[in-house]
Design a protein around this ligand. Structure first.
Ligand code: CTP
Ligand code: MG
Length: 230
């Protein structure tokens, strides 16, 4: 069965600043969102994508498909989790609860096909789903006030969560609805699933699958693409 991507793209990019939301800024002639979508749709197993947009989005280019696959859209919500939930609900009705869904940030344009392939393989092998992530490399400091070190924290068991995050549609909808009803702000899909008792798999991914948060991140992506083209 086909796998679908759900892409939350309803954020305003307040930390980035700028004239329009960061997912619409162009690099190498395409908006960041297009790079993210095409990275997902390039995988032969991915059948289509659902993009969650802000209700007042004025930048959507009106795509109905990319790379020969359908691109659908819906209205997102006030928090990232609300946008993801809206996207999951808006998927075509004929897709059942067992459909494998890849949730991927619109602002994460540098996803490698190899990482996506290993993620899909892991998600199909683990009942509780899987996410791309990377081990923490830096020494970790805890500070309670101002910028003064209180303690150094062990990093051995710590990972940084990336996207895509791959789960079955039905259980993920239930997990996100449950967290919302409890008033818990979940910052990724795995966190919602963990609250349900799931133990999603960590798939070590490339460090350059970063989220564009500030202008320096966009420069980094531009640099990566210029090197690739050279
Ligand atoms: N997102 C969304 N709906 C929201 C908030 C965020 O779909 N209500 C999306 C963003 O568009 C982005 C992804 O979730 O693709 C990750 O969010 P983040 O990096 O925080 O983007 P923004 O919320 O736009 O940025 P900021 O927090 O700086 O305002
Ligand atoms: Mg945000």
């Amino acid at each position: 069965a086909g796998i679908w991507a759900v892409v939350p793209a309803a954020g305003r990019g307040t930390r980035f600043g700028g004239s329009r939301p960061k997912q619409y800024l162009e690099v190498a002639g395409q908006p960041v969102l297009a790079h993210a979508l095409d990275a997902l749709l390039a995988h032969p197993r991915v059948a289509g994508a659902m993009v969650a947009l802000a209700a007042d989005d004025g930048d959507w280019p009106g795509w109905t498909g990319r790379l020969g696959k359908p691109v659908l859209r819906c209205i997102g919500g006030g928090e990232r989790a609300d946008s993801v939930l809206a996207g999951l609900r808006a998927l075509p009705a004929e897709l059942g609860d067992d459909t494998l869904v890849l949730v991927h940030d619109a602002a994460r344009p540098n996803l490698a096909l190899g990482d996506l392939d290993r993620l899909i393989e892991a998600a199909e092998a683990h009942a509780d789903g899987a996410i791309l992530a990377a081990p923490v490399r830096d020494t970790l400091k805890r500070a309670y006030d101002a910028a003064r070190i209180a303690t150094t924290e062990p990093r051995e068991q710590l990972w940084r969560a990336f996207t895509p995050q791959a789960f079955r549609r039905g259980p993920l909808i239930l997990a996100l609805e449950t967290a919302r009803a409890a008033g818990i702000a979940v910052t990724d899909e795995a966190m919602a699933m963990e609250r349900q008792g799931a133990r999603p798999a960590l798939v070590e991914g490339r460090e350059d699958n970063f989220k564009v948060t500030t202008p320096a991140d966009l420069d980094r992506f531009r640099f990566i693409l210029s090197r690739r083209g050279a």
